[in-house]
Design a protein around this ligand. Sequence first.
Ligand SMILES: NC(=O)c1ccc[n+]([C@@H]2O[C@H](COP(=O)([O-])OP(=O)(O)OC[C@H]3O[C@@H](n4cnc5c(N)ncnc54)[C@H](O)[C@@H]3O)[C@@H](O)[C@H]2O)c1
Length: 257
Amino acid sequence: MLFARDGAIVCGCDIDERAALQTVAELRAAGYTMWSRQPVDLAQPEEAAAWVDAAASKFGRIDILYNNAGAVGPGTYFKDLTVEDWRRATSNMLDVVFYPTRYAWPELIATGAGVIVNTAAAGAAHRAYGDAPVVLGFTFKAAVIALTRQLAAEGAPFGLRANSLSPGQVRIPAYEAIYSDPDQYSARSGLVALGRPASPEEVARCALFLASDAASYVTGCDLVVDGGSSTIRPAQRVPGAASATSVPVRSEKEQLL
Ligand SMILES: NC(=O)c1ccc[n+]([C@@H]2O[C@H](COP(=O)([O-])OP(=O)(O)OC[C@H]3O[C@@H](n4cnc5c(N)ncnc54)[C@H](O)[C@@H]3O)[C@@H](O)[C@H]2O)c1
């Protein structure tokens, strides 16, 4: 919706036909132009190629590729990982970025100012958790960040910019049951410096920035959109305070940690 509001002709797709049609209906009801193909499984090279080709021939060019599709599946610890888990994650998190990018690359190069925005995940490239089943998510999203940097390097001589965007916790409809539970909400939000998950729109606004001319000198970067959770240790909340935070008095040793 934000891209359309900013003047883009949006060409979407989704493996989930119902979700795709709902998006199309929302944009058209708001008076915007959107073309979509569904169902499209971007992890299948023929389907990704057909979607890209259809969009390019219908509208004559592709200026921006926003690779946001992805599905992590249930979290797993490394000791429990199966070959099937590994292959599914390769397909759901990496192939869905690789195939559309590979097929759209000539179109993006041809414009002389193409833009790629890839969705990764906060912490993926720089952190690891021993107490969370994130090995698949972090491994493949780190690969997305590395791939994006490489695209930026190879695309720069042709005026192409490529950046990744790394969300932390996002309150998407699929996680509503988790975030509407007060205990789970405060446990999760307690890990975030800003004390709450992002809304999907807050993430999309950052994608729009990276795709727009406002970011004309930004390439090869990973924009972290995580409310500070990967860089800032959250301060303790003051009981009774609505939104203020307080840094408790800490020993010298704690302050050095
Ligand atoms: N929600 C979070 O907390 C969070 C955190 C970090 C990163 N991310 C990333 O954000 C991106 C968007 O996810 P979301 O959280 O909005 O979830 P979402 O499920 O709302 O959106 C993902 C969309 O991708 C589609 N999709 C999945 N696999 C596909 C395939 N093979 N082909 C075509 N479409 C496919 C799904 O049907 C869905 O509509 C993903 O790349 C995800 O990994 C999300």
